[in-house]
Design a binder for this molecule. Structure first.
Ligand code: ME8
Length: 516
């Protein structure tokens, strides 16, 4: 039986169109999902949109539409983008679905039955942009002396009747969770941040609002809607069928990893496990917080006019190239700054000129000069064996070990070193010159390279699925021999058949803005 693996992204606020940060997170989760499938796991991958809350209600009011119409329209853009980016989600979840309201009310009732919910009055600071409550002590001062959230967003003084969740009860259980599971929050810097926050003491959390009605109704108190994060976090289980003990829920919960950005760690590593403990539901195995993407070092914003449409980037550079760039360029977990030149440089030097060129040269040479078929009869030499071992180790051990830890850049670095070794081997062995002097040796050199190209294409396929499939198609590799298990044995590369390939990675032109 394949071991199940459940990965989720944050669900995105559809109060506007998707930006590159949304694409980054979802691509990373997709690479992880595809990677685990190729490892033989039974994967469930969920993403979607977070449609309730004051932020959505306000945006809809501003545009003169209903929150539902806004959610329907914008959620469609997210789904379209993810389809375009070749995201292999199993479930695109929308929190406005009826079943989700039922699930959120069920978790609420379970927390209430545990004695963790009570009615009181809330007085304090709220940031609509972050949909978060803040303590006075956490606020920072803006340029004009105004109070801002620690994320730099405006806060409002709010006074309302509200239901509260007894978060204060969970300080000790949460600290015990962190002590027993040092990998519960990754990377380590985020773990430390969360542990320090909880050690500092926890106040009960306001979990309902009465000033607007766009949300999930509180059971038995219908003038209240749930605080948006209560229902948002519940998406991770309601997408599996909770509160029913469905086959999916039993198989996939608890999740292996919630992939999120660094700004929402507190919700996932403090509130969510506390809600689950209260409701008597198993806790997710881990939370991984990635960094933020900056555009040439700047945060993207409508007022600066530097907001990038990820779909346009994909059209301009290619989906596989964008996916590769985002995971290769930045250390996952840290912030990164991107630019069009950086994409072109990375794509040309590593994909077009190194791996693409290697595959193209070798395969088209065979297709042209050997009629696409040959049997390598000359003996294997030490140099051939050394290259096969290096490449196979990078693809079957180093890259998967790194990807298991979500260290995508390190895994791709090991992969790239293997590509460079193949190119050095070609220069040294000069197979094109051997055609006249020693055709049998030429065949052995080509057979060695074909084995390496197969390994490299399989290993990189979670990142660049279309280009990798193109190469594996030209190499006539069977569909069921394209997973990591296939890397455990050397294919019978003594008998080779190669179809005429078309280039897997285009060479890109440097953008004009960089040249000027
Ligand atoms: O936070 N770079 O939704 P969201 C990288 N609905 N990642 C970024 C980013 C950037 N510049 N900007 C945002 C929410 N993100 C909630 C989540 S989950 C139960 C509810 C990431 O649309 C951000 O960190 O504001 C988050 O993980 C995701 O994009 C969605 O952000």
């Amino acid at each position: 039986m394949a071991e199940p693996f459940y990965i989720t992204t944050a669900i995105h606020y559809p109060n506007g169109k998707p930006h590159l940060g949304h694409a980054y997170e979802t691509i990373a989760a997709d690479v992880c999902a595809r990677f685990q499938r190729l490892r033989g796991r039974e994967v469930r991958f969920q993403t979607g949109t977070d449609e309730h809350g004051l932020k959505m209600a306000q945006k809809a009011r501003e545009l003169g539409v209903t929150p539902r119409a806004l959610a329907d329209e914008m959620s469609g853009y997210f789904r379209e983008l993810f389809e375009k980016l070749n995201i292999s989600f199993d479930r695109f979840f929308r929190t406005s679905e009826d079943a989700h309201h039922r699930a959120s009310q069920a978790i609420w009732k379970a927390m209430e039955a545990n004695g963790d919910l009570y009615l009181d009055r809330y007085e304090g600071w709220y940031s609509i942009r972050d949909e978060a409550y803040y303590d006075e002590s956490e606020l920072i001062e803006g340029e004009g002396g105004e109070k801002l959230s620690p994320q730099g967003t405006p806060v409002e003084w709010t006074v309302e009747e509200s239901w509260f969740f007894r978060l204060s009860r969970y300080q000790e259980p949460l600290l015990a969770l962190y002590r027993d599971n040092p990998d519960f929050v990754r990377p380590e810097s985020r773990f430390n941040e969360v542990a320090r926050f909880v050690e500092g003491g926890l106040r009960d959390l306001s979990v309902s609002r009465t000033s607007f009605d766009w949300g999930v109704k509180v059971p038995g108190a219908e003038n209240h809607v749930m605080y948006v994060w209560v229902d948002a976090l519940t998406n991770y289980i309601s997408g599996l069928g909770y509160p029913d003990q469905t086959a999916d829920f039993t198989k996939f919960w608890p999740a292996d990893v919630h992939l999120i950005g660094k700004d929402i760690v507190r919700f996932h590593a403090v509130y969510w496990p506390a809600f689950l403990m209260s409701a008597g539901i198993a806790l997710p195995k881990s939370v991984f917080a990635h960094g933020f993407l900056l555009n040439r070092g700047q945060k993207e914003s409508k007022s600066v006019g530097n907001v990038t449409d990820p779909g346009e980037l994909a059209d301009r550079f290619g989906v596989d190239i964008l996916r590769y760039f985002l995971l290769r360029e930045f250390s996952f977990g840290q912030d990164g700054s991107w630019s069009a030149e950086a994409i072109v440089n990375r794509a040309n030097s590593e994909l077009a000129n190194s791996f693409g060129n290697l595959a193209q040269r070798v395969m088209s040479f065979i297709a042209k000069n050997c009629g696409g078929n040959f049997a390598a009869e000359a003996p294997v030499q030490d140099v051939d064996k050394a290259l096969r071992e290096k490449v196979n180790h990078a693809c079957a051990v180093e890259l998967p070990d790194a990807f298991e830890k979500l260290a995508f850049a390190a895994g791709l670095e090991a992969w790239m070193q293997a590509v460079f070794a193949c190119n050095a081997y070609i220069d040294e062995q000069a197979p094109w010159a051997l055609r006249k002097t020693d055709p049998e040796r030429m065949q052995r050199v080509l057979a060695t390279l074909i084995g390496c190209i197969r390994d490299l294409a399989i290993a990189v396929s979670p990142v660049t699925p279309t280009a990798a499939a193109k190469i594996l198609d030209a190499l006539c590799v069977a569909q069921d021999a394209r997973d990591f298990a296939a890397l455990a044995h050397d294919p019978a590369m003594d008998e080779i058949r190669v179809d005429q390939p078309s280039p897997a990675f285009p060479r890109l032109d440097m953008p004009e803005e960089a040249a000027s």
